[in-house]
Design a protein around this ligand. Structure first.
Ligand SMILES: O=C(O)C1=C[C@@H](OP(=O)(O)O)[C@@H](O)[C@H](O)C1
Ligand SMILES: C=C(OP(=O)(O)O)C(=O)O
Length: 670
């Protein structure tokens, strides 16, 4: 199902439309906690054994930097052991920190307070991510920092300043909370040198507050108790000293958990996520509440979450939201993709920080969701995503902008009816190198389990010949055939027999659910009665088109249709076979023909069977039915984005059958 692997920096990863996912995943260690723990262990007296440390680009640059600064890091039976020091031995270093905000900002503060001759740089995008608010705060403390390029942005040069902590240091937190985090973690260096309390005051608003709580939690685990007055003032006592806690276990990454919470919500689940749970210290576990509000169920254990929902492939829909995501900006990206499956427009508010992360995430998210076919609106600090009806999905190539979260959250777009291609999937290595492997495992793609029987879908308007073509293709391949139109006709017949006219959705859905039908080789039985001829009547056909427009009816018949998918294979004909019922079908045909040609065919069919017919009436009828089928809001008649359109206007039946069989032998077995 996957066209190429994603372990190396492959150019793309093609995800076939998926329907269900279940199983357990163990999260990699938290990026935010790993890099904080590395820095604090490096500053602490004694040896710390870090367990569950994340191994990814962001932590590798941190570890490499600490080594370059003269610290001793050893790998020891699944732990990273680190001998810390209040002052680091190497006073000159040129440090490359990739695009890791959690390495760049805290190291800037620590090195600036220690003093030395340091240069800090990163990837080009890191040089576009602001750091001026932190540099201003550090300069106000007497640190010496210079911008090598653009004012307010890396690369930085750090020298030897003269620390003065006699006055509170003020820091702005409106652009990133990492500036306050950096000062809080480094402050004990200044407190020790100056022999007095360091007071940090917030200047203006603070975003991403839960990350400050992670910082305070970690700082305390390493022996420093910060006195805190709300979000306004933080006092680091003169005698603050970091002490190694011996061993420290890093919990799983809660931002990474968001993809699996989303997965369980749209793919049925249950998905068991191990590594974060009710005891987590990360704000992003609150994403569990977001998927709950959207309709998923989440069970919380101390160190695990179990999520399940109604699969969108089975007709499930998530509840729309209008929500402030300031506290969980990273997990919020997952919600933007889930919005595709919602029952109304979803609004993500207060996410301006997205603009200065790995990429301008508001612009990137807007562009890529739109590429899938979604309607999207955005402004300086918000994003509105409209749900994407099955017929509007486009098989898109998603650009990821070297942003791990773009790649990970767009994997959830694989639950639409068309394939989705993720470009540069290897960018997940920033925080989750094994992401796609875990994702595929939950989808069952890598499990080698029984693959579902193949399906060829043939969709098209009335009288395009799809019923005959489907029969003949199925015969040639020795497969089953599903005449989905018959299910709607049977429902219509049941409605007529109850005296209804198709205007009552609940009645039609109730009858659809309770159909007692049997398909025999030459007959269709309802309640034991052969109704094959009855359901071919124009009156029933017209009513069928009307009841088929009811979402509750389509939903009632969905599971019934999918049950036809059995070995050795199925040819399904209808109007939404490829878009809704079998979105993962390896071959989809959209069979079209001019409306005049179709009217002629229908006319001949009726005449041959001895019915009276009028060509003009038939033409008018077909036009009306086409308009109804194409215009209905729920599962309208459209070609799936990955369907092959075959025009049968000027071809004989056998030519079309041959064409379909050729297409199958060309692509099916692959
Ligand atoms: O402190 C941290 O570990 C982080 C803080 C957040 O950044 P902002 O405070 O810039 O929103 C978050 O987006 C980032 O991934 C990690
Ligand atoms: C914003 C992120 O990273 P950083 O730590 O580099 O800020 C992120 O991981 O989503």
């Amino acid at each position: 199902m996957t066209t190429t692997g994603a372990d190396a920096r492959e150019p793309f990863l093609r995800l076939a439309p998926a329907a269900h996912a279940r199983g357990a995943v163990t999260l990699p260690g938290s990026k935010s906690i790993s890099n904080r723990a590395l820095l604090l262990a490096a500053l602490a007296e004694g040896t710390t054994g870090l367990e569950g440390l994340l191994d990814s680009d962001d932590t590798r640059v941190m570890r490499a930097a600490l080594r370059a600064l003269g610290l001793d890091l050893r790998q020891d039976e699944g732990r990273v052991c680190l001998e810390g020091a209040a002052d680091w031995p190497q006073k000159r270093a040129d440090l490359f920190l990739g695009n890791a905000g959690t390495a760049f900002r805290p190291l800037t503060a620590a090195l600036a307070m220690m003093g030395g001759d340091y240069r800090l740089s990163g990837v080009p995008r890191m040089h576009e991510r602001p750091i001026g608010d932190l540099v201003d705060a550090l300069r106000s403390l007497g640190c010496e920092i210079a911008y090598e390029g653009r004012e307010g942005y890396p690369p930085l040069r750090i020298g030897r300043g003269r620390l003065d902590v006699s006055r509170p240091v003020r820091v702005r937190g409106a652009v990133s909370s990492q500036f306050l985090t950096a000062l809080l973690m480094a402050a004990p260096i200044a407190a020790r040198r100056a022999g007095r309390d360091v007071v940090i005051e917030l200047d203006g608003p603070l975003i991403s507050k839960p990350y400050i709580l992670i910082t305070l939690n970690l700082v305390e685990r390493f022996g420093v108790c910060v006195r805190r007055e709300g979000w306004q003032r933080f006092i680091i006592p003169a005698e603050a000293r970091y002490r190694a806690p011996g061993r420290y276990r890093i919990e799983g990454d809660a931002s990474s958990a968001s993809y699996f919470l989303g997965l369980g919500a749209i793919a049925g689940g249950p998905v068991r996520i191990e590594g974060v749970g009710g005891d987590s210290i990360q704000g992003d576990v609150a994403f569990a509440e977001v998927v709950e509000a959207m309709g998923a169920r989440v069970e919380r254990e101390a160190d695990a979450l179990v999520v399940s929902g109604r699969a969108v492939a089975d007709g499930g829909r998530l509840r729309a939201f209008d929500r402030d995501f300031n506290l969980i900006p990273d997990a919020a990206m997952t919600a933007a993709v889930l919005a595709l499956y919602a029952d109304g427009p979803c609004r993500l508010r207060n996410i301006a920080s997205w603009r200065v992360k790995e990429t301008d995430r508001i612009a990137a998210m807007h562009a890529e969701l739109a590429r899938l076919g979604a309607r999207v609106e955005s402004d300086a600090d918000s994003l509105t995503v409209h749900p994407l009806p099955a017929g509007d999905w486009r098989a898109a190539e998603i650009r990821t902008y070297d942003d791990h979260r773009m790649a990970m959250c767009f994997s959830l777009a694989a639950f639409g009816p068309v394939p989705v291609t993720i470009l540069d999937p290897g960018c997940v290595s920033k925080t989750y190198p094994g992401y796609f492997k875990d994702f595929h495992r939950l989808l069952g793609v890598e499990r080698g389990g029984a693959a579902p029987a193949p399906v060829i879908t043939i969709d098209g308007p009335t009288a395009s010949g799809k019923g005959t073509i489907a029969q003949k293709v199925a015969q040639a391949l020795g497969w089953h055939v599903l005449d989905s139109g018959a299910l709607y006709r049977l429902t219509a017949l049941a409605v007529l027999r109850e005296g209804g006219d198709g205007a009552d959705e609940a009645q039609a859905a109730r009858l659809a659910r309770s159909l007692d039908i049997r398909f025999e080789p030459d007959a269709i039985l309802m309640g034991g009665e052969d109704v094959s001829a009855l359901i071919r009547q124009e009156e029933v056909g017209n009513l069928a088109s009307r009841v088929a427009a009811w979402p509750a009816v389509r939903e009632a018949l969905l599971a019934c249709q999918r049950a036809f998918r059995q070995a050795p294979g199925l040819v399904g004909d209808g109007r939404d076979m490829g878009t809704v019922v079998f979105p993962d079908a390896p071959l989809k045909i959209f069979l079209d023909a001019d409306v005049e040609v179709r009217a002629q065919r229908r006319y001949k069919q009726l005449k041959d069977k001895g019915f009276s017919a009028n060509l003009d009436d038939l033409l008018q009828d077909l036009r009306a039915r086409d308009a109804r089928d194409r215009g209905r809001a729920h599962a309208p008649l459209v070609a799936a984005a990955d369907a092959v359109t075959v025009d049968s206007s000027h071809q004989g039946i056998d030519d079309v059958v041959r064409q379909v069989l050729d297409l199958w032998s060309a692509r099916g077995p692959a």
